[in-house]
Design a protein around this ligand. Structure first.
Ligand SMILES: Nc1ncnc2c1ncn2[C@@H]1O[C@H](COP(=O)(O)OP(=O)(O)OP(=O)(O)O)[C@@H](O)[C@H]1O
Ligand SMILES: [Mg+2]
Length: 249
C-alpha cells in the first residue's frame, strides 16, 4: 500500500466471517466505590471474528475501556466469561495470561506510545526483540510491516520527525509485529485531525482483511459506522449493534 492510498475498497461480495477469536459472555463489571458501587458493565455479549473490523462507540464513562481491559485481561470481570481463541481468560494464571497476550493480542494507544529515541523500524522491531526473534528476521518483518502501513520511505525517522498519523501507523505496524490474531485500539484517532483519522480507520480495515486479524476500535467518531464491518454502542452497561453490517471482504 502506498503512502496516499489508504482507503480500503468496500467489497461487493460478502464472504463468511472467519474463525471466532473473541467471545464475551454475560460480562458484568462492578467497581466498589466506598460504601457504594459503580456498575460499569451490566451484561455484555459480543463475538468477534478473524478478518473483521468492529467499531465500539458509547458516551464517556459507558464502559468501553473497561471492556477492552477485560478482554485483554488487564481487568477482571465481576462475573461472566471471556474466551480468546476458545480459552477462557478469566480462569488463567497471570503468567499464562501474559504469554497469551504477547502471542495473540496487539494494542494501539491514543497517544501512539512510541519510544522517542528509536527510529520507526526499531520501534516496530522492539516487541520481536523482546520475544527473542533473531535480528535479521525481525528487521525483515519490521520493514515489511512499515511498507504495509505505507511508511516504507520513513522507516529511519524517529517519532518527532513524523506526523501524528505517521506515528500512529508505526504503532499499528508495531502492534502487528508478533502476528496477533486480535488488535485492540482505544481511541486510536483521538489525537488526529478528521482526515488523518479517517485514513487510520481505513488502514485498520485494510489490515483486518489483508492480515486476517480481528480489530476492535473504540472511538467517538461516527465515521467508524461506514468503515467497520459491524459497529456497536455500549449504553446502560450493554452492547447493541448500531450500524448496518458492512460485508467482510
Ligand atoms: N478502577 C476503577 N474504579 C472505579 N470505577 C471505575 C474504574 N475504572 C472505571 N470506572 C468507572 O467505570 C465506568 C466506565 O469507565 P470506562 O473508563 O470504561 O469508560 P469509557 O467508556 O472508556 O469512557 P471514555 O470515553 O471517557 O474513555 C465509569 O463510570 C468509570 O468512572
Ligand atoms: Mg475510555
Amino acid at each position: 500500500m502506498s503512502e496516499n492510498q489508504v482507503s480500503a475498497p468496500i467489497a461487493a461480495e460478502p464472504k463468511p466471517a472467519g474463525e471466532e477469536i473473541v467471545r464475551v459472555v454475560d460480562v458484568q463489571r462492578i467497581y466498589p466505590l466506598g460504601h457504594d458501587k459503580v456498575t460499569a458493565l451490566k451484561g455484555i455479549n459480543l463475538s468477534v471474528h478473524l478478518g473483521e473490523l468492529v467499531g465500539l462507540m458509547g458516551r464517556s464513562g459507558s464502559g468501553k475501556t473497561t471492556l477492552l481491559n477485560i478482554i485483554v485481561g488487564l481487568d477482571q470481570a465481576t462475573s461472566g466469561k471471556v474466551f480468546i481463541k476458545g480459552t477462557d481468560v478469566t480462569q488463567l494464571s497471570d503468567a499464562t495470561l501474559t504469554e497469551l497476550r504477547r502471542r495473540l493480542i496487539g494494542y494501539v494507544f491514543q497517544s501512539f506510545a512510541l519510544i522517542p529515541v528509536l527510529s520507526a523500524v526499531e520501534n516496530v522491531e522492539l516487541p520481536m526483540h523482546i520475544a527473542g526473534v533473531p535480528r535479521a528476521e525481525r528487521h525483515r518483518r519490521a520493514v515489511e510491516l512499515l511498507q504495509l502501513v505505507g511508511l516504507g520511505k520513513r522507516m529511519h525517522h524517529r517519532p518527532f520527525e513524523l506526523s501524528g498519523g505517521e506515528q500512529q501507523r508505526v504503532a499499528i505496524a508495531r502492534a502487528l509485529s508478533n502476528r496477533p490474531s486480535l488488535i485492540l485500539a482505544d481511541e486510536p484517532t483521538g489525537e488526529l485531525d478528521s482526515t488523518t483519522g479517517l485514513q487510520i480507520m481505513s488502514l485498520f480495515r485494510y489490515i483486518a482483511t489483508s492480515e486476517n486479524v480481528a480489530v476492535i476500535i473504540v472511538t467517538h467518531d461516527p465515521t467508524i459506522m461506514q468503515i467497520a464491518h459491524r459497529t456497536f454502542e455500549i449504553s446502560d452497561g450493554v452492547v447493541n449493534q448500531i450500524a448496518n453490517p458492512v460485508p467482510v471482504s
